[in-house]
Design a binder for this molecule. Structure first.
Ligand SMILES: [Zn+2]
Length: 717
């Protein structure tokens, strides 16, 4: 249950909330970007003819700035509110396309010159964004449009309100003195974040282990050999071989899972949770600066300030959600904890207590003794090409749509592995384009992410700008085989990212401001979490998971084992995430006890909400960089998980691939298709789930929804 942001999300104030769209947009030529060119004429990167070479990035930045300046010039003279909002959205669209294409290029292009130019373009366009986000002319115009109350559509009203809030988050409405202070504090926050990360990189910590035999063989590639001089009886200065464990997160995770020696795990756990010490001070400074900003803006805490445009809308709602979730999960987590303790006692024939450094090791041992799964056997059913087939099966069954492979025009692609597909619906034609860049290669972005290249928006009464996105992963070819076979965790990730992709491709908002994943922060992960369920359901898997050489369908028994293993410690894992989210809420919550002692907050919350003890002297919060990026938003992941779980249980579980079932349940308002309407609900944030459930339940308030979500979640774990 990793909770890191898995799709690219650049949160910026005002015009660009979450960068997610395409390329230089030319007012005279709205089809500047034409991915469906039937004739394969030479074009540039992503179909943008200016990007035939790296220097083209300078040109698209120039064009975007020129066009935006022109619109900024017009906007103060515009009298109609809808004209103002349209113009704002066009500025945002123009700038977003540059930001997003540069972002994708920086992370994936194999040509260094392209990467360098994309980086320069990013810097220039971000500077320009700062100018836009602090531009009083734009703010006044948006304020006027919002106050006039003449905007016709709900979506337009919401764009206006949202833009005002975002501008004000940057302090544009404050007096000069307060504005200066906010700028100073923002600089300080940026410095703290950089310092925090630098300290982690500079001081990962290490543990030297002797003798070398204490480290299992499968970890030898992760540790460094070291020596020391020792004495043995009468013999002195004997060279003893050992290993140095550098306590970076991935090594620590492997050591804690695979090392049977208690002492080695204990040393590793303690060291990794007590470096870098300097970050205690950095975190205090960061929390204080964020708190001061929220005070200047008139909020009682940073949490309150940060959550105002989220669905949850206030820290009170979030903490009640987390506390209720914690209570619901407690009995099951205690059961799991006790089974783990019994396992340890049986293994050691002693009345031993569980220690925090036992968790990963015992969980892995218990899972493998219960299910004994061979991961390479599982992977042989998930060749990458079959998994792509699986995605096609999903859109066809669920939405009656097709993903059709289309050729790339000369110059459009950035690597020979890149594939392009169009999402097609028989009655409506093309709905959007997706680039797939799924294989790993040196220098490429190491994670999996969904990059939007262009957001959808209504350009005129008859013309809709189709979304264009890229799905970027890092799947590697197995040794001695040209076929890429995925571990099931990779399949899970692919389906998750595909959920984001569909959210972008199917959303039909009038304004690109709300297109695709540009929704309330705590809603963005719902479609992706929903699609993870499809990667675990046998009825779905049997449609595409076929052995790469024999063509046999994956055995149901194997899938049952995979599911069993996944659920084995689900409650304890959930508890851990609740604890993280509560730490994030508390540190950015009420500061009446200022300055807050972060270590005792962490220790208390661990005691209250998990079964694990706090180890004196450790301070895990000095390495949890989600505290920088999420800032009171870490709960979002759990929030989305709850919604996804409820949708799955209520809507999809009985017959996950049925168009009819899904149509009937999802397709109740606004749109023609089930998922599209849900996507629209996502846009509407707060009220969306009330509407989703209103169909069967009458008016349902968030509290009731949590209760349902909790119930469903516990039932399935
Ligand atoms: Zn995600």
């Amino acid at each position: 249950m990793a909770a890191s942001p898995c799709h690219q999300r650049t949160v910026m104030a005002a015009l660009i909330r979450r960068a997610t769209s395409v390329i230089g947009y030319n007012f005279q030529n709205r089809h500047f970007f034409s991915p469906a060119v039937p004739r394969m004429e030479e074009t540039g990167l992503y179909g943008c003819h200016h990007l035939k070479n790296p220097k083209g990035f300078q040109r698209i930045v120039d064009d975007a700035i020129e066009r935006s300046n022109e619109l900024v010039g017009y906007i103060s003279r515009m009298s109609s509110s809808s004209e103002i909002i349209d113009a704002m959205d066009e500025i945002s669209n123009t700038v977003c396309q540059v930001v997003d294409s540069a972002e994708l290029c920086r992370h994936t292009h194999p040509d260094r010159e392209f990467v360098d130019e994309a980086l320069k373009a990013s810097m220039r366009i971000n500077e320009y964004l700062h100018y836009l986000n602090t531009n009083l002319t734009l703010y006044d115009a948006v304020l006027k449009a919002e106050k006039a109350q003449t905007l016709m559509s709900e979506e337009a009203k919401r764009v206006a309100r949202d833009l005002c809030i975002d501008f004000e988050k940057g302090g544009i409405h404050l007096c000069a003195e307060k504005k200066d202070r906010v700028s100073q504090l923002n600089v300080e926050i940026a410095k703290c974040c950089a310092q925090y990360n630098e300290n982690i990189a500079k001081e990962p910590g290490y543990v030297d282990v002797y003798p070398a035999s204490l480290i299992p063989k499968n970890l030898h590639n992760l540790v460094k050999p070291v020596n020391r001089l020792t004495s043995h009886g009468l013999r002195v200065n004997i060279k003893e071989k050992g290993f140095r464990i550098v306590t970076d997160p991935s090594t620590v995770s492997a050591v804690l899972q695979w090392t049977s020696d208690d002492e080695v795990r204990k040393m590793t756990y303690i060291k990794s949770n007590s470096v870098p010490h300097a970050n205690l001070g950095v975190l205090d400074k960061l929390i204080a600066a964020r708190h001061e900003i929220s005070q200047i803006m008139g909020y009682s805490s940073y949490g309150e300030y940060a959550l105002q445009s989220n669905m949850a809308s206030s820290p009170y709602v979030v903490s009640s959600f987390l506390v209720e979730l914690s209570k619901a999960v407690q009995p099951k987590a205690v059961e799991e904890f006790e089974s783990m303790r019994d396992f340890k006692r049986r293994k050691n024939s002693q009345d031993l207590e569980l220690e925090p450094w036992d968790e990963a090791y015992l969980a892995r041992s218990m899972k493998s003794s219960a299910y004994n799964m061979d991961f390479s056997v599982i992977a042989s059913y998930f060749s990458l090409s079959q998994c792509i087939e699986g995605l096609k099966v999903l859109v066809e069954s669920l939405f009656g749509m097709k993903f059709i492979d289309i050729p790339l025009a000369p110059g459009e692609s950035w690597h020979q592995d890149v594939l392009k597909m169009v999402l097609y619906q028989p009655n409506e034609g093309d709905l959007g384009y997706i680039y797939l860049d799924l294989n790993s290669r040196p220098g490429k972005y190491p994670g999996c992410a969904h990059f939007a290249i262009r957001g959808g928006r209504q350009v005129s009464k008859t013309e809709y700008q189709l979304p264009v996105i890229a799905l970027v992963c890092n799947f590697s070819k197995s040794q001695n085989s040209a076929i890429v076979r995925l571990n099931h965790s990779d399949v899970d990730t692919l389906f998750h990212e595909f959920g984001h992709a569909l959210h972008s491709l199917l959303s039909r908002t009038d304004y690109q401001h709300f297109s695709g994943t540009r929704v309330a922060f705590d809603m963005a992960e719902t479609p992706s979490n929903l699609f993870e369920y499809y990667a675990w359901d046998y009825r779905v898997l049997k449609k595409f998971a076929k052995h790469y050489s024999t063509g046999d369908i994956i055995p149901e028994k194997l899938v049952t084992s995979m599911q069993g293993s996944k659920k084995m410690f689900a409650a304890m894992e959930l508890q851990q995430q609740i604890f993280y989210a509560l730490v994030d809420q508390t540190l950015y919550g009420d500061q009446t006890l200022s300055p807050i002692d972060t270590t005792s907050v962490v220790a208390d919350l661990r005691k209250q909400h998990t079964n694990w003890k706090h180890v004196e002297g450790t301070h895990w919060q000095t390495r949890f960089s989600h505290l920088l990026y999420y800032g009171a938003g870490y709960y979002s992941y759990l929030y989305a998980k709850c919604f996804a779980s409820t949708i799955w249980e209520r809507v999809c579980k009985d017959d996950p691939l049925s168009l009819e079932t899904v149509n009937e349940t999802y397709g109740m308002c606004y749109a023609k298709w089930q998922f599209r309407s849900t996507v629209l609900f996502f846009v509407w944030g707060n009220c969306c789930f009330r509407l989703v459930f209103a169909n069967k339940q009458g008016i349902v308030f968030p509290r009731v929804i949590w209760a349902m979500a909790l119930y469903e979640m516990m039932k399935t774990s």
